[in-house]
Design a protein around this ligand. Structure first.
Ligand SMILES: [Zn+2]
Length: 216
């Protein structure tokens, strides 16, 4: 029960965002163990409430090939989910999963009835991913229009980081007449500085050659 916070929809969503964008080839052995822990927690059944109680077999020591295949499938699902929502894609693929399901009138002592499902890591992971994407929390999943990074937005956040906000603001400003003028004189000053550095501070800097229409 004390781990309830680590298995709710938000933290599962956070794991999805982290996992699908992780560079598996650059994991150090310690990172790899942490990832296995996080994956096991992602697959861990919800402590309370009715519904699916899925049990995956074989997370510790999961084969690298299996892990990267799972990552590729989850990334494809999350990407199509976002593209469908953004209206950039019309049809979705189907993903077959195999789970063995059982029902019990009492999942945990004193708890509600449950469906208990067991299966391979991949199949249980996709089942959990489905329940995460079907939850209202998934509305916070966003893709940064500047750099394409998938992130969980806070409030009205549009871009993944401040860096991308600044980049987008700068481009929007450069598109205005004022921004264009400022950028021209900025380039001009940079050119003058460069010429002075090259030929000394007394040199008179003329117009930039390429701007005189001297090109063939
Ligand atoms: Zn970004």
């Amino acid at each position: 029960m004390t781990r309830k916070n680590t298995t709710d929809k938000s933290s599962r969503l956070a794991f999805v965002v982290h996992f699908v964008q992780l560079d598996l080839d650059r994991l150090r052995p310690g990172d790899r163990l942490n990832l296995e822990d996080d994956l096991a927690r992602f697959l861990e059944p919800d402590a309370q409430g009715p519904g699916l109680y899925a049990v995956a077999v074989g997370v510790p020591g999961i084969a690298t090939g299996e892990l990267s295949a799972l990552q590729a499938t989850m990334r494809a699902i999350v990407t199509s989910y976002l593209e469908l929502r953004e209206g950039r894609r019309r049809a979705a693929d189907l993903y077959e999963i195999h789970l063995r399901k059982m029902i019990t009138p009492q999942g945990t002592p004193g708890g509600p009835p449950r469906v208990v499902a067991t299966g391979e890591v991949r199949d249980v992971a996709l089942e959990v991913l489905f329940s995460v994407l079907a939850s209202v929390e998934a509305d916070r999943l966003r893709r940064c229009p500047e750099c394409g990074t998938i992130f969980l937005r806070m409030r009205k956040q549009l871009y993944c980081t401040r860096k991308c906000v600044n980049k987008a603001n700068k481009r929007a400003w450069l598109a205005t007449p004022k921004g264009r003028r400022a950028s021209r004189s900025h380039r001009r000053r940079a050119y003058e500085r460069q010429q002075h550095k090259k030929y000394g501070p007394k040199v008179k800097v003329g117009e930039h050659k390429t701007r005189k229409g001297s090109r063939p």
